[in-house]
Design a protein around this ligand. Sequence first.
Ligand code: HEC
Ligand code: HEC
Ligand code: HEC
Ligand code: HEC
Ligand code: HEC
Length: 367
Amino acid sequence: MKFYIFYFLVLTNLFSAYIESKNCAECHDNIYEEHKMSMHHNSSIHKDLFHEAIKYKTTPNKYDCAFCHSPAAPNLLDLKTGDIKPNNRIKEEIDGVSCFYCHQITKVMEAKHQNINFYNYTGGKPTFFANIKDPDMNDKHASNSNEIYKNSQVCMGCHSHKYNSFGIEICNSKNEPKEPTSDCIGCHMPKTSGSPVKVDKKGRSNYATHDFLGIRSNEMVQKAVDLQLIKTKKGFDLIIKNKMGHPLILQPMRLKYVQTIVERKGKIIWKNFKISPLEDKVATFTTTYKNDSGVEVLPPQAKGFLFQNNIGIGKSKIINYEVVLKKGDVITSKWYSLIVRPELAKELGLGDEFLKVYEGTKVQITY
Ligand code: HEC
Ligand code: HEC
Ligand code: HEC
Ligand code: HEC
Ligand code: HEC
């Protein structure tokens, strides 16, 4: 069954005349400008240096990452087995999670290790799916609506879950497998004013944005959690509430944390950590893995967990700090996020853009 599905995917890709994302700009200029800057456009091994570094360090001889990072590649199976290597002259590979790829998904099949995107291309002019009411005709493609572009199922072929070849969970976007998918589109594709097409015959006044902002946006990181500080007899409680439609940690190599300081008359008298946030493990969120000998390894080689701290959808975590405080002491907590743990970024030789600290929400009380 599995083989049949992969075969089917490969077939459809080979036989359809691929249209590069940049060619959609002829008519969808606004959407293309946003997409060009997104991590979907930059997801391939030829553009994302972090992804490339992990791939070569962990699975140098095969490239099964392509199913999500270069899904339009015409030779997914051969990349998976290692019979062929990624090639920066193949336009479908460089194009990453492309317009053409996303908009032909008709169904997402649930599977154990990772879900599978399904097409039903039958030849000729491609049909692109979304939710526009009564779309205008055009000579490049047919249009049709499909429920999965409304209920966010279309995201779940790549973003639902992933287990490595040893059966260890690498990411999971739900608290429970059977839970309905949250409104990914509502939060990550907010409507903006403007037209979805250049020559707008229907006079549409807004469209769904395509920059898919996430951890690389201060504005989005601001919306990740709610922080609350409550005085106690022996110090204070910090409450972290996850506001997102998925657990706090999706991609396990991220680092997210709260920094808390106490000031007395303008001088810092206490901090929850001195140098590394990992000194305060309860307020630090990331995932690290180990092999059979207990040595730290990267996700594809993991056989177990070394460290794991996460908060599920709609869940909160209460951290109790015992600090001797005086009336008038000022307590401040602030949320921070990094694309990758700094020690790992350095080990991989990644540049400054990967060491950037994104600033989130802040809370302050006086004791
Ligand atoms: C089932 C789909 C899927 C597969 C297979 C997959 N990834 Fe990913 N990967 C994702 C998604 C989705 C994200 C974005 C997750 C997020 O930001 O939380 C991502 C993000 C990443 C990132 C972070 C990139 C950045 O710059 O922010 C790295 C690194 C990465 N993947 C490496 C790999 C490697 C290496 C492989 C193959 C061994 C792989 N992935 C296979 C879906 C997948
Ligand atoms: C020659 C112009 C042209 C090109 C090139 C073009 N489109 Fe379109 N597309 C249109 C028009 C016109 C509509 C209808 C818009 C409307 O009614 O407001 C449309 C609608 C769509 C829709 C909405 C479908 C629906 O049923 O809701 C999607 C999705 C789409 N296009 C994707 C793409 C993608 C992906 C590409 C590039 C691979 C592309 N288009 C290239 C003209 C074009
Ligand atoms: C074909 C696979 C695929 C599909 C379908 C897909 N994504 Fe992604 N998405 C990825 C990959 C892979 C990345 C990570 C790219 C990287 O960082 O290298 C990503 C990145 C993202 C990010 C940015 C993460 C960051 O770095 O901040 C967001 C947000 C996102 N996706 C949301 C969505 C939503 C919402 C949908 C559904 C409308 C969706 N994606 C559909 C594969 C996919
Ligand atoms: C209630 C709003 C909300 C919903 C619903 C939501 N997200 Fe997010 N998501 C966010 C915010 C805010 C961030 C940025 C903060 C962060 O990354 O910590 C984010 C971050 C992300 C990232 C980057 C995370 C990382 O650590 O790299 C990905 C990928 C993503 N979302 C995908 C999805 C998918 C897929 C869905 C649907 C299952 C979804 N989101 C539903 C608000 C939401
Ligand atoms: C990660 C998957 C994904 C990628 C990549 C993507 N889209 Fe979309 N697109 C969607 C979804 C989901 C919707 C429906 C959003 C809604 O209705 O709220 C949509 C909506 C649209 C629409 C209809 C406009 C509207 O307001 O609903 C057009 C046109 C479109 N996309 C064109 C493109 C083009 C052109 C590209 C590349 C430049 C592209 N899309 C890339 C997922 C994607």
